[in-house]
Design a protein around this ligand. Structure first.
Ligand code: FES
Length: 330
């Protein structure tokens, strides 16, 4: 025992160095003010979040040179939440590092298991409690309690109905129509075939009329990847080949497995890779699945150019985009 106490007295830790705030009241006051400022910034972030939620309408957009048109409601909600969480975290860390007690405390570990007497005491108390409550004898109470608990468990399921209207057919449709121009995302600039070099990839969206704004739910379905190969690199039947233009092929960017963005293109192998579960699609063979859990190719958008030489859709997608469980129909 005396050896144990000696080990605790001198556990071999390096000499403890006190922080400035531990020895200098001015430094402590300064640290306190810094922590308070960080918490105030966090509070300001929360106020911004609440104000954005209450006062910025959902359809207000702000234009930024690189980001393009951005939804102000969501932008300020995001900034407010980011500031609120970031500064409260920074404040807590700064507080802990500069002002909270900084002493090294050594305690011995004890056995996690409770002593036998405590365990026996607990079992006895539980049995006595059940006996006193009469659960064994009073079957009426036992059954009605079971019924009420069971029904209470069902109530969250009923509340699921509040998750919003079902998308119905909307989920199977995208905004792509015959003649819709493909525009850059971000930027909303129409694209000519010569804008894409061989090997290049670009994310595009359907063009919208001036003054209109896209809904997030539409962007989630409409995103299309353009990839340019040499025409002789395709291994497609005549119909699918006619859906390409000068080596440019367009696929839905929404993974046909679970709906992630298929965003990785391997230029050497000409494979598109979904980062979520590694489904791999062969671009040269109409995005055929060559690896991973996806059960079907990425839908291909038939493209051509309009009279001004800009890329346009020949038709809507020939099948629904996204995971198969979103529903399949033409
Ligand atoms: S969502 Fe793409 S592989 Fe699972």
């Amino acid at each position: 025992m005396s050896n144990e106490i000696e080990a605790i007295k001198d556990p071999g830790l390096p000499v403890h160095v006190h922080r400035r705030a531990d020895t200098d009241p001015k430094a402590a006051k300064k640290a306190e003010r810094q922590v308070a400022i960080l918490f105030l910034l966090s509070a300001a972030g929360t106020v911004l979040l609440i104000a954005s939620y209450l006062f910025i309408p959902q359809d207000v957009f702000i234009f930024f040179p690189i980001l393009g048109s951005t939804n102000a409601h969501q932008l300020f909600l995001g900034l407010g939440m980011a500031a609120s969480l970031f500064f409260i975290g920074m404040g807590a860390i700064h507080w802990a590092k500069t002002l909270m007690p900084d002493e090294e405390v050594i305690i011995q570990r004890h056995e996690f298991r409770s002593p036998d007497e405590d365990r026996e005491e607990f079992v006895k108390a539980a049995k006595d409690g059940a006996e006193a409550a009469g659960l064994g004898r009073r079957s009426l109470i036992r059954r009605t309690l079971g019924l009420s608990l069971g029904l209470a468990g069902l109530s969250p399921l009923i509340l699921l109905g509040d998750l919003g209207p079902l998308p119905d057919e909307e989920q199977k449709m995208t905004s792509w129509k015959k003649g819709t121009r493909l525009v850059t995302d971000p930027g909303d600039r129409p694209i000519r075939p010569e804008d894409l070099e061989v090997g290049a990839v670009a994310q595009t969206l359907p063009a919208i009329a001036a003054g209109e704004h896209r809904k997030l739910s539409d962007i989630a379905k409409d995103a299309v990847l353009l990839i340019r190969l040499r025409p002789e690199e395709f291994n497609l039947d005549a119909e699918r080949l006619s859906w390409t233009h000068e080596g440019i092929i367009a696929f839905s960017k929404i993974c046909s497995h679970m709906g992630c963005a298929v965003a990785l293109y391997e230029q050497q192998t000409k494979h598109l890779l979904c980062p979520c579960h590694q489904s791999t699609f062969d671009v040269t063979r109409a995005a055929k699945v060559i690896f991973g859990p996806s059960a079907r190719p990425l839908p291909q958008l038939a493209i051509t150019v309009d009279s001004e030489g800009y890329l346009v859709a020949q038709n809507p997608f020939n099948e629904p985009v996204g995971p198969s469980f979103w529903g399949r129909s033409a």
